[in-house]
Design a protein around this ligand. Structure first.
Ligand code: ATP
Ligand code: MG
Length: 356
């Protein structure tokens, strides 16, 4: 499952700095608005310390973590839907994304220009929220006459047209589609942006990172969506440090976990995803599945035949395996379970599939 997160936000708020830190790439992060024009795509490994442990137990040659790809696009300004700034055509680059990470500026540095005049997280959230709604309205209003014609020609079901009209009404009332309660399945192909889950990344400085009250205020602006607080500039320094120095730098800003690890974790959570693990002499590997997925669906992530010809699975909880020290010992302790089609996967299950 290629999980893709599209990064949006105003110009000059630190999207590319964050993207660089995520991907250890060096895309142009520059102190002027609209530094990014072409979209950048980077694939990031989801950090998972369990894989190293598994690789040790199985003497695996390599470790293959789950991956998340991030897409960094140009900044969006107020009026983008009417062509302000660089317009909103760049949003097309994230139509395929599974989720959106919205970067909001919370850092003060007066040397970094803010396109709307001053640091104003609430105002920025409003601006981007509105532009995403307007972008979806454009998409839907363009689709409506085409689908209407298709319905007349019996090439599309009436239900698609109804869904388009209901979505237009919700957006005109200022409601994001994900909060509209509408069944959006008939319009899935349109890649509507406000239908995607969003998480918010507040790009802040040390003053905010160490101020629990301020963080609570910012989190409240986006609740019930999740908020991650990080300093994109520090994150980009962290990735060049060895683990000890990195931990020290983090601790000095009052954090236990790097912002990037937080982002990966919260991103998975927002999307309702989890991972299960496989291990052998070749590789120890994490696989991305939906929370609540049954065993055959999880097997299908490796190969569609595993799902079609699913028979059963041998499942050992990660901690049980570590405690036992080997699969053989876990079996003799009765910790290796044989599970069938109805089994609901748990995060960190170590699995061996049996298929026909
Ligand atoms: N937490 C931070 N504290 C201070 N400065 C920061 C922070 N994060 C980013 N910056 C600075 O802000 C400037 C803009 O960053 P960046 O180029 O990443 O923004 P962007 O959102 O990608 O902009 P654009 O939309 O123009 O591509 C850079 O000079 C960067 O170093
Ligand atoms: Mg940029």
């Amino acid at each position: 499952m290629a999980l893709t997160i599209g990064i949006v936000g105003l110009p000059n708020v630190g999207k590319s700095t964050l993207f660089n830190a995520l991907t250890k790439n060096t895309v142009l992060a520059a102190n002027y608005p609209f530094a990014t024009i072409e979209p950048n795509v980077g694939v990031v490994d989801l950090p998972d310390p369990r894989l190293g442990t598994l690789a040790g137990l199985f003497s695996s040659e390599r470790v293959v973590p789950a991956a998340v790809s991030f897409v960094d696009i140009a900044g969006i300004v107020k009026g983008a839907s009417e062509g302000e700034g660089l317009g909103n055509q760049f949003l097309a680059n994230i139509r395929e994304a599974d989720a959106i990470a919205e970067v909001v500026r919370g850092f003060a540095d007066p040397d970094v220009v803010h396109v709307a005049g001053g640091v104003d997280p609430a105002g920025d959230l409003e601006t981007i929220g509105t532009e995403l709604i307007l972008a979806d309205l454009q998409t839907l209003e363009r689709a409506e006459p085409r689908v209407e014609k298709e319905v007349r020609g019996k090439k599309a079901p009436q239900e698609t047209l109804d869904a388009i009209r209901a979505a237009i009404a919700a957006l005109n009332a200022g409601t994001r589609l994900s909060a509209s309660g509408l069944d959006l399945a008939p319009v899935r192909d349109l890649g509507l942006l406000t239908a995607k889950p969003v998480l918010y990344v507040f790009n802040v400085d040390e003053a905010v990172l160490t101020d629990e009250g301020r963080k609570a205020e910012l989190a409240a602006l986006v609740a019930p969506a999740q908020a991650v607080f990080l300093d994109a500039k520090i994150e980009s320094e962290l990735i060049d440090l060895d683990p000890e120095d990195a931990a020290e730098l983090l601790a000095s800003t009052g954090q236990e976990e790097s912002g990037l690890d937080q982002l990966a974790r919260v991103g998975f959570d927002t999307l309702g995803l989890q991972t299960y693990l496989t291990a052998g002499p070749k590789e120890a590997r994490a696989w991305t599945i939906r929370r609540g997925a049954h065993a055959p669906e999880a097997a299908g992530v490796i190969h569609s035949d595993f799902e079609k010809k699913f028979i059963k699975a041998e499942v050992i909880g990660f901690q049980d395996l570590v405690d036992a020290g080997s699969v053989a010992e876990a079996r003799s302790r009765g910790r290796a379970r044989i599970e069938g089609k109805e089994y609901v996967m748990q995060d960190g299950d170590v699995v061996e599939w049996r298929h026909g």
